[in-house]
Design a protein around this ligand. Structure first.
Ligand SMILES: O=C(O)CCC(=O)C(=O)O
Ligand SMILES: [Fe+2]
Length: 282
């Protein structure tokens, strides 16, 4: 689809309302007129410019049916984390859309600005900040490739397998660019040198304390028809425990897909030719 076709499709479907709000801190709320799986999927397609639906891939839709070996498919509380820490390049933008929740309560969505937590750690405990910026954390996904326990053999690691630090910077400018943290996906820290073990666990405890402080947490009750898009390299998310039948869907796209889409649309609607050799950004 071309940019104008996409905009026209979105307008004619009356999908996006006028009061979409930016909340800063890497998250953006988009109200959809009609709740449903199909609308979220179209929205993510709008952001990335391509169809992102695959059976187990970019688009997900789940209930607490324990279908896969993953905490998402339960009704327990999930602490603040980023998704796909076991990928070499964790998903860039992630969307949540609560499709329905009946006969129960709970299931609130938690959002935490990871850059804010990192800045607190840097100010309060600079040694711990350095440790979390330097020590790579091995991660894995140990879900299911099939639906029965016999086929739950799928194991996935990032490359390199030793993983990446929790706090990541631009190597030249030193700017904080990426927080990746999911304690549930952390593998055994068997590469830690003995002399760093205590400093590492101290730093992890301090990180966890700041991350779970009520001052860092933003809780929101999603409702069918409201989609939230977050920058998964900056904003951590979680949920409270719930009862009843709750159905969530969402999608992942990489930052590159979004940036590429943005460039194409800018070139089209603002007349900026990002391919030009005279582009000042080159
Ligand atoms: O159920 C939710 O609200 C979020 C689930 C989640 O964060 C996950 O599965 O990684
Ligand atoms: Fe998650």
């Amino acid at each position: 689809m071309s940019g104008s076709e996409i905009i026209a499709a979105a307008r004619s479907a009356s999908m996006l309302s006028q009061n979409n709000k930016s909340h800063g801190r890497g998250e953006h709320r988009i109200d959809l007129y009609t709740p449903g799986h199909g609308y979220s999927e179209t929205l993510m397609t709008l952001l990335s410019g391509q169809s992102i639906y695959t059976e187990d891939g970019g688009f997900w839709d789940f209930t607490a049916d324990l279908k896969h070996g993953d905490t998402a498919y339960t009704n327990i509380a999930l602490g603040a984390h980023t998704d796909t820490t076991y990928f070499t390049d964790p998903c860039g933008l992630q969307m949540f859309h609560l499709l329905s929740h009946v006969q129960g309560t709970g299931g609130q969505t938690l959002l935490v600005d990871g850059f804010h937590v990192a800045s607190l750690l840097s100010a309060l405990e600079s040694e711990s900040y350095k440790v979390l910026s330097a020590v790579p954390v091995p991660t894995h996904s140990a879900g299911a490739s099939g639906d029965s326990p016999q086929t739950m053999t799928y194991l996935y690691h990032p490359k390199p397998e030793v993983g990446y630090p929790i706090i990541n910077h631009n190597p030249i400018s030193g700017e904080l660019i990426h927080v990746r943290y999911n304690n549930t996906d952390r593998s055994v820290m068997r590469h830690l040198k003995p002399e760093i073990v205590e400093a590492w666990y101290k730093a992890l405890r301090s990180w966890n304390k700041l991350l779970t402080s009520p001052n860092s947490e933003y809780w929101v009750q999603l409702s069918p028809g409201t989609a939230v898009v977050i920058d998964n390299h900056r904003v951590l998310h979680g949920r409270s425990a719930f009862t009843g039948e709750r159905r969530m869907c969402g999608a992942y796209i990489t930052h590159d897909e979004f940036a590429s889409r943005l460039n194409v649309l800018r070139a089209k609607f603002e007349g900026l030719d990002s391919d030009s050799i005279w582009n000042p950004a080159l």
